[in-house]
Structures are given as C-alpha cells and as structure tokens.
Design a binder for this molecule. Structure first.
Ligand SMILES: [Zn+2]
Length: 121
C-alpha cells in the first residue's frame, strides 16, 4: 500500500511531502512531478484557478477571490489571461493542452500522411 502523504525523494531518498515539487533537503526537482493540469478536485469553471491552487499549494478559495478581484480591477482583462491559461493547460495530468491539440489537428490537415516524418531541407 502506498503512503499518500509522503514519498521518498527521487535523489536523496529522504521522506518528503507527497506533493512536494522540490526536495527540501537536497532541492532536487522530483521526477514524478507533473506540470500544471486542470482535472483537479474542486474545479469550478475551466479549472484554471483550481489547477494553479493545487500546483503551487495555494488555497483555491483565496485564488478565486484574487482572480475575481483582479477581474474587477482590470475591467475584465484578466479574463483573457484565464482563457490563455486554459488553452495552454492540459486537462488530465499527462494530457495535451487544448491549444496543442488544435495545432496537432491543423498539422494533420496539411501533412500528406499521419505519422509521416517531416523532411527538413
Ligand atoms: Zn532529496
């Protein structure tokens, strides 16, 4: 059975917090760390606030309050940042971001055969 609250550092093998991005002892970035993703528990709309909150270990409520406050202050400009962040953040942990999927789809439209190796001349 796996302990969900701690793991051993992938470099120095000391016990560290399971969600730690870096080891507090040797400061190595952990091998099992995945990037930002939106399929996290507690997502409300696009999951961007929840994703950032989980990734940086922030409080999701404070994150949303800060987001809504900055929406009001900037007159909605931050909404475009939200949309951009949504486009560039994959849903599942090892999935592809919507923007990456779009580029893949566009690339397949113009390439003669799927999986063909592109020649660089
Ligand atoms: Zn370590």
């Amino acid at each position: 059975m796996t302990d969900l609250t701690s793991k051993s550092c992938s470099s120095c093998f000391k016990d560290i917090d399971a969600r730690a991005l870096r080891c507090p002892f040797c400061t190595q970035r952990q091998a099992d760390v995945v990037g930002l993703y939106r399929d996290v528990p507690g997502r409300a709309l696009g999951g961007v606030c929840a994703a950032f909150a989980q990734h940086f270990n922030w409080d999701v409520t404070l994150m949303r309050i800060a987001f809504i406050a900055s929406l009001a202050i900037t007159g909605g400009l931050v909404l475009w940042v939200y949309v951009a962040a949504w486009l560039m953040t994959p849903g599942p942990p090892h999935g592809k971001a919507p923007l990456a999927k779009l580029f893949d789809a566009l690339g397949n439209l113009f390439s003669p055969k799927q999986g063909a190796v592109q020649r660089v001349s």
